[in-house]
Design a binder for this molecule. Structure first.
Ligand code: PLP
Length: 401
């Protein structure tokens, strides 16, 4: 069989939609004027920028276009929100986040801790669900900011943002709330007014726009300092000539994402569930790491006990299948994922945990193919595992969970 490409790593990045690329191209070729210029030639780029801002406003259901700031990525959106809020509230030194945030939030909080901030890191249960009582307890009069992701990139678990907003407003209405919504954009609806959040960030390359563009929603009641100081662009909140082609692409991707929400909730979810059911049925001791937690429709995270995830990925890659493991290669050693560790995934499964993340481009044939080849791959790797006695016992139990 010809080697094909089966891309099931859409939480890492997505394919640019042709329709997005198409609307971007004129702004590279002909409409290249600086949108701030006064002459006629700059009218179209200026108009395109305004139109894209309107599309993001609709995408978030924001009250006002002025609440949208274009950025370069999800990490910049998070850094701008967090640093921007703290710089405006220098007298408050307490901040709260979760143990399962993306490094763009977690590493920033750790840096802030070294700079004198006191940080509470809220834990999760074994399904990856947040401990809301701990969050409630942690908020006090000195809490400047709470930062919680909308959905986790490794597990897809969705956090109850609206409920968290209410907890924060009840405990300390002055506390600002930032939501990293990078992993929900294009997967479930985002409604900043209903959610009651102050700031919310997304990244274009996670929903079929290119890498290098993102957005931050910052409501009109929240004042932040800029991360990049210079010209007057983005109402003084983010200096630098606007990246018009990419912003136009982001606008189109946001518009398309709205149209595909139903497809994500039905068809993408159906294929994800088919993949998951096939794995759990055909491979003994495969472990759905999120149990019954509510997840975005495209993600599954499954642990295969007593084997290394990296070996599974290499075998999958030989067949053109792209997925992702929970480990990060730091200083030459494989560190298990901080997310799966926070969930207390047993050590026998944590190293062999694989994330499959689908998109609107995933087909049924692709899912059937993965389901047909994965049992043999796992069997082959288990045959060379040093844990033969343990595996023999597990095989007898045929215990999936
Ligand atoms: N937040 C989450 C939850 C993510 O999954 C990612 C990327 O994987 C980011 C933030 C960072 O986004 P970017 O790569 O656009 O900086």
């Amino acid at each position: 069989m010809d080697k094909k490409l089966i891309y099931l790593d859409n939480n890492a990045t997505t394919k640019v939609d042709e329709r997005v690329l198409e609307v971007m191209l004129p702004y590279f070729k002909n409409e290249y004027a600086n949108p701030s210029s006064m002459y006629e030639f700059a009218k179209n780029p200026g108009h395109a920028l305004k139109e894209a801002r309107g599309k993001l406003k609709d995408f978030f259901n924001a009250a006002n276009e002025k609440e949208i700031i274009f950025t370069s990525c999800g990490s910049e959106s998070a850094n701008m929100a967090i640093r921007g809020v703290l710089n405006m509230n220098k007298n408050k030194k307490h901040i709260i986040t979760t143990k399962v945030e993306h490094p763009c939030v977690l590493n920033l909080y750790q840096t802030l801790e070294k700079q004198g901030y006191s940080v509470d890191y809220i834990g999760v249960n074994s399904n990856g669900e947040l401990d809301l009582a701990q969050l409630d307890d942690a908020i006090n009069d000195d809490t400047a900011l709470v930062s919680v992701m909308y959905a986790n990139n490794e597990t897809g678990v969705i956090y109850p943002i609206q409920k968290i907003s209410e907890i924060i407003k009840n405990k300390n209405p002055q506390t600002k709330f930032f939501v990293d919504a990078v992993q929900v954009a294009g997967k479930i609806p985002i409604d900043v007014q209903e959610l009651g959040v102050d700031l919310l960030g997304v990244s274009g390359h996670k929903f079929h726009a290119p890498k290098g563009v993102g957005a931050l929603y910052c409501n009109s009641k929240t004042v932040i300092t800029p991360l990049i100081i210079g010209g007057h662009q983005e109402r003084g909140k983010r200096a630098g000539t606007e990246n018009v082609p990419y912003i136009v692409g982001l606008g189109k991707a946001a518009e398309l994402a709205q149209d595909y929400l139903k497809y994500e909730a039905t068809e993408v979810k159906r294929l994800r569930d088919k993949l998951e059911a096939g794995i759990l049925k055909n491979i003994y001791n495969a472990r759905l790491n999120t149990g019954a937690a509510i997840r975005v429709p495209n993600t599954t995270n499954i642990g295969f006990e007593y084997i290394e995830g990296e070996l599974i990925l290499l075998h999958l890659s030989d067949l053109g299948i792209c997925a992702s493991s929970g480990s990060a290669c730091t200083s030459g050693s494989l560190e298990p994922s901080h997310v799966l560790r926070a969930m207390n995934v047993p050590f026998t499964a944590i190293h062999g945990s694989i994330r499959f993340s689908l998109s609107k481009f995933t087909t049924e044939d692709e899912i059937d193919y993965v389901n047909s080849v994965l049992p043999d791959i796992i069997e082959k790797i288990r045959n060379i595992s040093p844990y033969q006695d343990e595996l023999a016992k597990l095989k007898k139990l045929k215990n999936n969970y």
